[in-house]
Design a protein around this ligand. Structure first.
Ligand code: NAD
Ligand code: GLY
Length: 367
């Protein structure tokens, strides 16, 4: 097992990464106020891991209840959030009871938001079971739900007490979901970690084959990057926005195509290619750089061409983004491979609207 810490002063918390952690009550117990937990999972992850993990906690003398939600991005909404509150109230969960997210990013985001708001805040723990959740969404305290008009637009910053990433859970993950997680892994290399990008280029086949050593290294390096960024800028007043590379376009794709049709990681991949194309048109990176990025996403089984929503629809969806300032969309763009920046209104860093129009009309598929 490997352990990292998200350094947030008196709210610091560990990330444990390794095989068999679902059997390790000893890692959970130090983070509880009460020996009582409610586990939130879904209809896919529940049958795989709920009984085993509940038993781990019960064997350690804990009272354990659970709530099983419908599965899918389309359920990351108010109605499903309310099912968690229904269960907490029915089960008479208390403010010191711990809420545990057992699942991917959808379960983690919903559960974290429920924990932030139930009785104005109860402790929560992240047990991420997708690659995407293990490398990104379980770390850093962004929680929330989607709105039909915009992705992740309702939520709260609320840090977990603990992240427990059992790498063996990835054995049951569908291949398409593994690829979606790799999009966020590649993101760290692209925005701030060129040596990691080069390592990914050398090891993509091993990752796709689920080589344990390679996957564990990728999860660890991703979490190190994420933990550093979150510790420096928890509430995204600056560098944390870099973690949104490809997301402005990607969220538009997810919303425009209907939640769940394009996976989050797929939107990030195709969205990053649009960010790369825009950066190239602005003279920031070369055509060879763009091709290098596309080749890596392609080897990770990810889409590199965005769907043709139309220029106006892209602009509408991207206008509903948490990075918008004074009505101006802000994009994460490339300075060079391994280094990104956020465009800003009124600065020399602002994006070029003509280049953006060209990207959104020429770089998308013409289906
Ligand atoms: P997901 O939660 O929908 O999980 C993907 C699929 O895999 C689901 O069908 C799920 O039930 C299934 N699954 C989960 N674990 C499994 C396992 N071990 N074996 C078999 N099947 C399993 O999707 P995701 O990619 O994990 O997360 C995407 C979500 O995360 C999006 O809503 C995105 O906005 C959010 N996100 C949040 C943050 C953040 O910082 N909070 C960061 C990135 C993404
Ligand atoms: N996934 C973006 C962030 O956590 O800030």
């Amino acid at each position: 097992m490997q352990t990292l810490t998200v350094e947030l002063g008196d709210r610091a918390y560990p990330i444990h990464i390794g095989p068999g952690l679902l059997d390790r009550a000893d890692l959970v117990l130090p983070h509880l106020i009460q020996k009582r937990a409610v586990i939130v999972t879904n209809t896919t992850v529940g049958p795989l891991y709920l009984e085993r993990f509940s038993q781990t906690l019960k064997n350690a003398g804990m009272q354990v209840d659970s709530v099983v939600l419908p599965d899918g991005e389309a359920y990351k909404n108010w109605e499903t959030l309310n099912l968690i509150f229904d269960a907490l109230l029915t089960q008479r969960a208390e403010r010191k009871t711990t809420l545990i997210a057992l699942g991917g990013g959808v379960i983690g985001d919903l559960t974290g938001f429920a924990a932030a708001s139930y009785q104005r805040g109860m402790p929560f723990i992240q047990i991420p079971t997708t690659l995407l959740a293990q490398v990104d969404s379980s770390v850093g305290g962004k929680t929330g739900i989607n709105h039909p008009l915009g992705k992740n637009m309702i939520g709260a910053f609320y840090q977990p007490q603990l992240v427990l990433a059992d790498t063996e859970t990835l054995n049951t993950l569908p291949a398409r979901e593994l690829s979606a997680g790799l999009a966020e892994v590649i993101k760290y290399g692209l925005i701030r970690d060129l040596p990691f990008l080069e390592w990914l280029e050398a090891n993509m086949e091993a990752l796709m084959a689920r080589d344990t050593t390679a996957l564990t290294y990728a999860i660890r390096r991703s979490c190190e990057n994420k933990a550093e960024v979150v510790a420096a800028d928890e509430r995204e007043s600056g560098q944390r926005a870099l973690l949104n590379l490809g997301h402005t376009f990607g969220h538009a794709i997810e919303t425009g195509m209907g939640y769940g049709n394009w996976l989050h990681g797929e939107g990030v991949s195709a969205g990053t290619m649009l960010a790369a194309d825009l950066s190239r048109r602005m003279g920031l990176i070369s055509t060879a750089d763009v091709e290098r990025i596309a080749a890596l996403f392609h080897r990770a089984g990810l889409p590199v061409v965005a769907p043709d929503l139309g220029y106006d629809a892209y602009m509408d969806y991207m206008g509903v983004d948490k990075k918008v300032e004074a009505g101006r969309i802000r994009f994460v763009l490339f300075k060079q491979l391994g280094e990104a920046f956020v465009s800003g209104p009124g600065t020399p860093n602002d994006y070029d609207p003509d280049a953006l129009r060209a990207t959104l009309t020429e770089a998308v598929s013409k289906s």
